[in-house]
Design a protein around this ligand. Structure first.
Ligand SMILES: Nc1ncnc2c1ncn2[C@@H]1O[C@H](COP(=O)(O)OP(=O)(O)OP(=O)(O)O)[C@@H](O)[C@H]1O
Ligand SMILES: Nc1ccn([C@H]2C[C@H](O)[C@@H](COP(=O)(O)O)O2)c(=O)n1
Length: 228
Protein backbone atom coordinates (compact mmCIF):
# COMPACT_ATOMS: atom_id res chain seq x y z
CA UNK A 1 0.00 0.00 0.00
CA UNK A 2 1.12 3.59 -0.68
CA UNK A 3 1.62 4.75 2.94
CA UNK A 4 3.33 1.52 3.96
CA UNK A 5 0.27 0.13 5.80
CA UNK A 6 -0.26 -3.59 5.33
CA UNK A 7 -2.90 -4.65 2.81
CA UNK A 8 -6.07 -5.87 4.61
CA UNK A 9 -6.22 -9.66 4.80
CA UNK A 10 -9.43 -11.35 3.67
CA UNK A 11 -10.14 -14.82 5.06
CA UNK A 12 -13.07 -16.93 3.80
CA UNK A 13 -14.24 -19.82 5.97
CA UNK A 14 -16.93 -22.11 4.54
CA UNK A 15 -18.37 -25.48 5.42
CA UNK A 16 -21.50 -27.36 6.43
CA UNK A 17 -23.46 -26.75 9.62
CA UNK A 18 -21.80 -27.45 12.97
CA UNK A 19 -18.27 -27.81 11.63
CA UNK A 20 -17.11 -24.95 13.86
CA UNK A 21 -17.12 -22.02 11.42
CA UNK A 22 -18.53 -19.41 13.83
CA UNK A 23 -16.50 -20.43 16.88
CA UNK A 24 -13.29 -20.66 14.85
CA UNK A 25 -13.83 -17.48 12.82
CA UNK A 26 -14.66 -15.35 15.86
CA UNK A 27 -11.63 -16.58 17.81
CA UNK A 28 -9.24 -16.20 14.85
CA UNK A 29 -10.51 -12.67 14.15
CA UNK A 30 -10.22 -11.69 17.84
CA UNK A 31 -6.70 -13.12 18.12
CA UNK A 32 -5.47 -11.36 14.96
CA UNK A 33 -7.32 -8.05 15.43
CA UNK A 34 -9.52 -8.61 12.37
CA UNK A 35 -13.22 -7.94 11.78
CA UNK A 36 -15.65 -10.86 11.70
CA UNK A 37 -18.78 -11.46 9.62
CA UNK A 38 -21.33 -14.23 10.25
CA UNK A 39 -23.14 -14.44 6.89
CA UNK A 40 -25.49 -17.17 8.17
CA UNK A 41 -26.85 -14.60 10.64
CA UNK A 42 -27.70 -12.31 7.70
CA UNK A 43 -29.67 -15.08 5.93
CA UNK A 44 -31.36 -15.90 9.23
CA UNK A 45 -32.22 -12.20 9.70
CA UNK A 46 -33.93 -11.88 6.31
CA UNK A 47 -35.75 -15.18 7.00
CA UNK A 48 -36.94 -13.80 10.36
CA UNK A 49 -38.27 -10.70 8.56
CA UNK A 50 -40.13 -12.85 5.99
CA UNK A 51 -41.73 -14.95 8.74
CA UNK A 52 -42.61 -11.90 10.86
CA UNK A 53 -44.23 -10.19 7.87
CA UNK A 54 -46.29 -13.23 6.85
CA UNK A 55 -44.49 -13.88 3.55
CA UNK A 56 -45.22 -17.36 2.14
CA UNK A 57 -41.89 -19.19 2.45
CA UNK A 58 -43.05 -21.80 -0.07
CA UNK A 59 -43.39 -19.10 -2.75
CA UNK A 60 -39.99 -17.95 -4.14
CA UNK A 61 -41.59 -15.17 -6.21
CA UNK A 62 -43.26 -13.72 -3.07
CA UNK A 63 -39.87 -13.78 -1.31
CA UNK A 64 -38.10 -12.25 -4.32
CA UNK A 65 -40.63 -9.40 -4.54
CA UNK A 66 -39.80 -8.15 -1.01
CA UNK A 67 -36.13 -9.18 -0.72
CA UNK A 68 -34.99 -5.55 -0.95
CA UNK A 69 -37.24 -4.25 1.84
CA UNK A 70 -35.60 -5.11 5.20
CA UNK A 71 -32.54 -3.14 6.24
CA UNK A 72 -30.05 -5.63 7.67
CA UNK A 73 -27.07 -4.30 9.61
CA UNK A 74 -24.25 -6.54 10.84
CA UNK A 75 -21.74 -5.47 13.50
CA UNK A 76 -18.32 -6.93 12.72
CA UNK A 77 -16.60 -6.76 16.13
CA UNK A 78 -15.66 -10.42 16.91
CA UNK A 79 -16.30 -9.88 20.64
CA UNK A 80 -19.81 -8.51 19.95
CA UNK A 81 -21.14 -9.52 16.50
CA UNK A 82 -24.51 -7.74 16.38
CA UNK A 83 -27.34 -8.10 13.87
CA UNK A 84 -30.35 -5.81 13.44
CA UNK A 85 -33.30 -5.69 11.04
CA UNK A 86 -34.86 -2.24 10.56
CA UNK A 87 -33.17 -1.19 13.80
CA UNK A 88 -34.42 -4.17 15.89
CA UNK A 89 -31.88 -6.43 17.57
CA UNK A 90 -32.68 -9.93 16.23
CA UNK A 91 -29.67 -11.84 17.60
CA UNK A 92 -31.99 -14.05 19.69
CA UNK A 93 -35.02 -14.48 17.38
CA UNK A 94 -32.89 -15.60 14.41
CA UNK A 95 -31.78 -18.72 16.35
CA UNK A 96 -35.30 -20.16 16.86
CA UNK A 97 -36.24 -23.57 15.43
CA UNK A 98 -38.75 -21.87 13.13
CA UNK A 99 -36.12 -19.67 11.48
CA UNK A 100 -33.63 -22.58 11.31
CA UNK A 101 -36.18 -24.75 9.49
CA UNK A 102 -37.01 -22.02 6.95
CA UNK A 103 -33.64 -20.38 6.27
CA UNK A 104 -32.57 -22.80 3.50
CA UNK A 105 -35.70 -22.04 1.45
CA UNK A 106 -35.32 -18.27 1.81
CA UNK A 107 -31.57 -18.29 1.13
CA UNK A 108 -32.09 -20.29 -2.08
CA UNK A 109 -33.93 -17.36 -3.72
CA UNK A 110 -31.52 -15.57 -6.14
CA UNK A 111 -32.85 -12.07 -5.28
CA UNK A 112 -32.14 -12.73 -1.59
CA UNK A 113 -28.62 -13.93 -2.38
CA UNK A 114 -27.90 -10.91 -4.61
CA UNK A 115 -29.01 -8.53 -1.84
CA UNK A 116 -27.05 -10.24 0.94
CA UNK A 117 -23.96 -10.79 -1.21
CA UNK A 118 -23.81 -7.04 -1.90
CA UNK A 119 -23.90 -6.31 1.86
CA UNK A 120 -21.15 -8.87 2.47
CA UNK A 121 -18.84 -7.45 -0.20
CA UNK A 122 -19.36 -3.93 1.07
CA UNK A 123 -18.45 -4.95 4.66
CA UNK A 124 -15.38 -6.86 3.43
CA UNK A 125 -14.22 -3.83 1.41
CA UNK A 126 -14.48 -1.54 4.41
CA UNK A 127 -12.46 -3.72 6.83
CA UNK A 128 -9.28 -1.74 7.47
CA UNK A 129 -7.03 -4.46 8.87
CA UNK A 130 -8.88 -7.41 7.41
CA UNK A 131 -11.87 -9.64 8.00
CA UNK A 132 -12.81 -13.26 8.57
CA UNK A 133 -16.04 -13.99 6.69
CA UNK A 134 -17.78 -17.30 7.34
CA UNK A 135 -20.58 -18.98 5.44
CA UNK A 136 -21.31 -21.41 2.63
CA UNK A 137 -20.33 -19.61 -0.60
CA UNK A 138 -17.73 -17.09 0.54
CA UNK A 139 -14.72 -18.66 -1.19
CA UNK A 140 -16.63 -19.61 -4.33
CA UNK A 141 -18.88 -16.59 -4.95
CA UNK A 142 -18.83 -13.74 -2.45
CA UNK A 143 -15.05 -13.21 -2.18
CA UNK A 144 -13.41 -15.37 -4.86
CA UNK A 145 -10.20 -13.30 -4.50
CA UNK A 146 -9.89 -13.89 -0.73
CA UNK A 147 -6.28 -14.18 0.46
CA UNK A 148 -7.02 -17.43 2.27
CA UNK A 149 -9.91 -19.88 1.87
CA UNK A 150 -10.64 -22.57 4.43
CA UNK A 151 -13.26 -25.31 4.12
CA UNK A 152 -14.14 -26.90 7.47
CA UNK A 153 -15.64 -30.39 7.60
CA UNK A 154 -16.56 -32.89 10.34
CA UNK A 155 -18.51 -36.14 10.40
CA UNK A 156 -22.29 -35.79 10.80
CA UNK A 157 -21.98 -37.67 14.11
CA UNK A 158 -19.45 -35.21 15.54
CA UNK A 159 -21.50 -32.24 14.35
CA UNK A 160 -24.73 -33.64 15.81
CA UNK A 161 -23.02 -34.35 19.15
CA UNK A 162 -21.71 -30.75 19.26
CA UNK A 163 -25.11 -29.27 18.43
CA UNK A 164 -27.11 -31.45 20.80
CA UNK A 165 -24.68 -30.57 23.59
CA UNK A 166 -25.40 -26.92 22.79
CA UNK A 167 -29.19 -27.52 22.75
CA UNK A 168 -29.01 -29.16 26.22
CA UNK A 169 -30.15 -32.74 25.81
CA UNK A 170 -31.67 -32.56 22.30
CA UNK A 171 -31.92 -35.99 20.64
CA UNK A 172 -28.64 -36.65 18.78
CA UNK A 173 -30.27 -38.67 15.97
CA UNK A 174 -32.93 -36.03 15.30
CA UNK A 175 -30.25 -33.31 15.37
CA UNK A 176 -28.11 -35.34 12.92
CA UNK A 177 -31.04 -35.77 10.52
CA UNK A 178 -31.89 -32.05 10.68
CA UNK A 179 -28.25 -31.10 9.96
CA UNK A 180 -28.07 -33.46 6.98
CA UNK A 181 -31.39 -32.14 5.61
CA UNK A 182 -30.17 -28.52 5.80
CA UNK A 183 -26.78 -29.38 4.24
CA UNK A 184 -28.52 -31.21 1.37
CA UNK A 185 -30.76 -28.22 0.69
CA UNK A 186 -27.84 -25.76 0.93
CA UNK A 187 -25.60 -27.88 -1.35
CA UNK A 188 -28.20 -28.54 -4.01
CA UNK A 189 -29.65 -25.07 -4.61
CA UNK A 190 -28.94 -23.59 -8.04
CA UNK A 191 -27.52 -20.21 -6.96
CA UNK A 192 -24.17 -20.29 -5.15
CA UNK A 193 -24.59 -23.58 -3.28
CA UNK A 194 -22.51 -24.70 -0.31
CA UNK A 195 -19.26 -25.82 -1.96
CA UNK A 196 -15.54 -25.98 -1.41
CA UNK A 197 -13.58 -23.57 -3.61
CA UNK A 198 -10.92 -25.26 -5.73
CA UNK A 199 -8.17 -23.32 -3.94
CA UNK A 200 -9.52 -23.78 -0.38
CA UNK A 201 -7.59 -25.59 2.34
CA UNK A 202 -9.79 -28.36 3.77
CA UNK A 203 -9.59 -28.93 7.54
CA UNK A 204 -11.38 -31.99 8.94
CA UNK A 205 -12.27 -31.01 12.51
CA UNK A 206 -13.82 -34.36 13.55
CA UNK A 207 -10.91 -35.37 15.77
CA UNK A 208 -9.68 -31.86 16.62
CA UNK A 209 -10.55 -29.75 19.65
CA UNK A 210 -11.73 -26.20 19.01
CA UNK A 211 -8.41 -24.70 20.26
CA UNK A 212 -6.55 -26.98 17.81
CA UNK A 213 -8.71 -25.78 14.88
CA UNK A 214 -8.20 -22.15 15.90
CA UNK A 215 -4.44 -22.62 16.13
CA UNK A 216 -4.37 -24.29 12.72
CA UNK A 217 -6.28 -21.42 11.06
CA UNK A 218 -4.26 -18.70 12.85
CA UNK A 219 -1.07 -20.35 11.55
CA UNK A 220 -2.45 -20.46 7.99
CA UNK A 221 -3.37 -16.74 8.16
CA UNK A 222 0.03 -15.78 9.59
CA UNK A 223 1.82 -17.78 6.88
CA UNK A 224 -0.27 -16.05 4.22
CA UNK A 225 0.52 -12.62 5.70
CA UNK A 226 4.20 -13.48 5.79
CA UNK A 227 3.97 -14.32 2.07
CA UNK A 228 4.80 -18.02 2.52
N1 LIG B 1 -13.47 -28.79 17.03
C1 LIG B 1 -14.52 -28.77 17.88
N2 LIG B 1 -14.64 -29.68 18.84
C2 LIG B 1 -15.70 -29.68 19.68
N3 LIG B 1 -16.73 -28.80 19.62
C3 LIG B 1 -16.65 -27.86 18.68
C4 LIG B 1 -15.56 -27.79 17.75
N4 LIG B 1 -15.78 -26.74 16.92
C5 LIG B 1 -16.95 -26.19 17.30
N5 LIG B 1 -17.46 -26.85 18.37
C6 LIG B 1 -18.75 -26.60 19.04
O1 LIG B 1 -19.75 -27.03 18.12
C7 LIG B 1 -20.87 -26.16 18.14
C8 LIG B 1 -21.11 -25.63 16.72
O2 LIG B 1 -20.04 -24.78 16.37
P1 LIG B 1 -20.26 -23.51 15.44
O3 LIG B 1 -21.52 -22.79 15.80
O4 LIG B 1 -19.00 -22.73 15.48
O5 LIG B 1 -20.45 -24.23 14.04
P2 LIG B 1 -20.88 -23.60 12.64
O6 LIG B 1 -20.13 -24.33 11.60
O7 LIG B 1 -20.73 -22.13 12.68
O8 LIG B 1 -22.42 -23.99 12.58
P3 LIG B 1 -23.61 -23.27 11.75
O9 LIG B 1 -23.20 -23.26 10.33
O10 LIG B 1 -24.78 -24.17 11.98
O11 LIG B 1 -23.79 -21.90 12.33
C9 LIG B 1 -20.54 -25.08 19.16
O12 LIG B 1 -21.13 -25.46 20.38
C10 LIG B 1 -19.02 -25.11 19.28
O13 LIG B 1 -18.56 -24.73 20.55
N1 LIG C 1 -22.96 -17.75 2.99
C1 LIG C 1 -24.10 -18.35 3.44
C2 LIG C 1 -24.35 -18.49 4.79
C3 LIG C 1 -25.51 -19.09 5.20
N2 LIG C 1 -26.41 -19.51 4.28
C4 LIG C 1 -27.70 -20.06 4.65
C5 LIG C 1 -27.69 -21.57 4.65
C6 LIG C 1 -27.68 -21.95 6.11
O1 LIG C 1 -28.41 -23.15 6.35
C7 LIG C 1 -28.33 -20.75 6.77
C8 LIG C 1 -27.95 -20.50 8.20
O2 LIG C 1 -26.54 -20.47 8.33
P1 LIG C 1 -25.83 -20.78 9.74
O3 LIG C 1 -26.31 -19.79 10.72
O4 LIG C 1 -26.24 -22.17 10.11
O5 LIG C 1 -24.37 -20.66 9.44
O6 LIG C 1 -28.02 -19.64 5.97
C9 LIG C 1 -26.12 -19.37 2.95
O7 LIG C 1 -26.94 -19.78 2.10
N3 LIG C 1 -24.97 -18.79 2.55
Amino acid sequence: MENGAAKPVIVAIDGPSGTGKSSTSKAVAAQLGLSYLDTGAQYRAITWWMVTNGIDIEDPSAIAAVAGKPEIVSGTEPGNPTITVDGTDVAGPIRTQEVTSKVSAVSAVPEVRARITELQRSLARSAEIGIVVEGRDIGTTVLPDADLKIFLTASPEARAARRSGELKGADVNATREALIKRDTADSSRKTSPLAKAGDAVEVDTTELTLPQVIECVVTLVEEKRAGK
